[in-house]
Design a protein around this ligand. Structure first.
Ligand SMILES: Cc1cc2nc3c(=O)[nH]c(=O)nc-3n(C[C@H](O)[C@H](O)[C@H](O)COP(=O)(O)O)c2cc1C
Length: 376
């Protein structure tokens, strides 16, 4: 049990109710007032790959003084995109567009990280410069049921080109700091480019970037090291989903892969490791499983964040059992801008409307989820 939770327990023995999710936590130099994190959520409202003014309202609605927010996946280069209207952070116009959004979060006392992302093969010619094929660890196309023509065969990166992508991540991290973000989260999860190197069901390389776990982790770790050297390890987090197989990205030994990554990230001294629960076998459904993230948590010395299917009760439980330091909430935070307040009061929650997750309206399904009335 962490010290803050212990102190809260003491309070409980003195008759005060304790809500572990609402206990403070020091994440490196960031003094968080509670442990409820906004998970990164792509909202496809960034027209022409440029974050829009309406995002300032969306993020500030979800900001509390001392709360930690992770921004939506933001493309690191002109080969990184794979969905409509997702933001980028590789050119000046995009950096400038993020500034007022970050400022709005800071004004309310929030701590805001930018998630840096490359889609890899989860893309198509239409998103690529000069209509070229998307890039990946492999030249095997992603086959999604009923959508085989949507994802063309990618082009396998050469080792020289891998160094270029490492550099793109580094530049994007610099841009994020220039935009005012407090740090960056490197997106190594959910079947995108870094995950396409990590997982042996996709990575079929025979060079130094394929084969053994050590080789498959090489490129993601090169990215992390380059970014940490550039902006400071204390401003870098990494998101992983070793147990998931989204976008065809599964692994034959996720436990070993996860532990190897957690240990290596620990050696690089980064701020946090953010991991998606093994129970999230598909992106949105919770399965029963006995597999635990505890071995990864133990292998990593910094802040450990868990995500995936959490509600108030199991969020409190995972903290009480020392399974995590912080809990990231996706759909519940999307639908409840005042989630920390609602958890404090154990109030009823708005339901997330799936049909507007990825629409492009600047208000509907975005900034129009109601706050609790008269609860401030
Ligand atoms: C609309 C939507 C967009 C998402 N976009 C991202 C993203 O940009 N980056 C990412 O790492 N995960 C993304 N996710 C996954 C969430 O961060 C989270 O892991 C997932 O929703 C499970 O957590 P939950 O049960 O609390 O919603 C997205 C999820 C949803 C629902």
């Amino acid at each position: 049990m962490t010290k803050a939770v212990e102190e809260e327990k003491k309070k409980m023995m003195e008759g005060e109710e304790v809500i572990p999710l609402l206990t403070p936590y020091n994440m490196g130099k960031f003094n968080l007032s509670h442990r409820i994190v906004l998970a990164p959520l792509t909202r496809t409202r960034s027209y022409n790959f440029v974050a829009q003014p309406h995002a300032a309202l969306y993020y500030s609605q979800r900001t509390t003084n001392g709360g930690f927010l992770i921004g939506e996946a933001s493309g690191i280069s002109d080969t990184a995109q794979g969905y409509p209207n997702t933001p980028g952070i590789w050119i000046k116009e995009q950096v400038e567009a993020w500034k007022p959004i970050v400022e709005a979060v800071h004004k309310k006392g929030g701590i805001f990280f930018c998630q840096l992302w490359h889609a890899g093969r989860v893309s198509n010619y239409g998103y690529q410069p000069n209509g070229q094929p998307p890039i990946s660890s492999t030249d095997k196309a992603l086959e999604k049921e009923g959508s085989s023509s949507k994802y063309p065969p990618p082009r396998r990166l050469t080792p020289d080109e891998i160094s270029d992508v490492v550099n793109d991540f580094k530049m994007a991290a610099n841009n994020a700091i220039e935009a005012g973000f407090d740090g960056v989260e490197i997106h190594g999860a959910n079947g995108y480019l870094l995950d396409q190197f990590l997982k042996d069901k996709v990575n079929d390389r025979e060079d130094a970037y394929g084969g053994t776990i050590e080789n498959r982790c090489r490129f993601p770790l090169e990215v992390v090291k380059a970014v940490a050297d550039e902006i400071g390890a204390e401003k870098v987090g990494v998101r992983l989903s070793p147990f998931a197989d989204y976008c065809g990205c599964g692994d034959s030994n996720p436990q070993a892969l996860g532990i190897y990554m957690a240990k290596s990230l620990s050696q690089l001294g980064i701020l946090y490791c953010h991991v998606i629960e093994p129970r999230m076998q598909t992106m949105f459904d919770k399965d029963e499983t006995n597999v635990s993230l505890m071995p990864m948590r133990k292998a990593f010395d910094g802040t450990f964040i868990v995500a995936g299917g959490y509600d108030r009760s199991d969020g409190n439980n995972v903290l009480e059992n020392d399974g995590a330091d912080l809990v990231a909430y996706g759909r519940l935070f999307l639908a409840n801008p005042d989630l920390p307040r609602r958890f404090e009061l154990d109030a009823e929650l708005n339901k997330a409307d799936k049909s507007t997750f990825y629409t492009s309206d600047p208000v509907v399904g975005y900034t129009d989820y109601p706050f609790l009335e008269n609860a401030s």
